[in-house]
Write a protein that binds this ligand. Structure first.
Ligand SMILES: [Zn+2]
Length: 83
């Protein structure tokens, strides 16, 4: 289980209607059921690429490339050669 209070104690995001703190657009996040409960990734913004988790935040125009993988604002990775 991901403890979001640990990763981003300043984030105040309403799960009922998550709104981007940077641009005001609606946020969404990845979810996966692990057989016991739901696990969630960070909220991310489609419009400005803001991410709830600072390591995935692309809202300043940077790209997030590590070890041959490129990460989006939801923390999903793609191999660079597939882009
Ligand atoms: Zn945004």
């Amino acid at each position: 289980m991901i403890d979001q209070t640990q990763t981003n104690p300043d984030a105040i995001i309403d799960d009922e209607s998550p709104i981007c703190p940077k641009c005001g657009a609606e946020l969404w996040r990845q979810s996966v059921h692990n057989g016991v409960g739901w696990e969630y990734g960070p909220y991310g913004c489609e419009d400005c690429k803001w991410s709830e988790w600072e390591i995935f935040d692309l809202s300043n125009g940077q790209s997030n490339i590590r070890d041959g993988l490129i990460f989006d604002q939801w923390g999903m990775a793609m191999r660079i050669e597939n882009i």
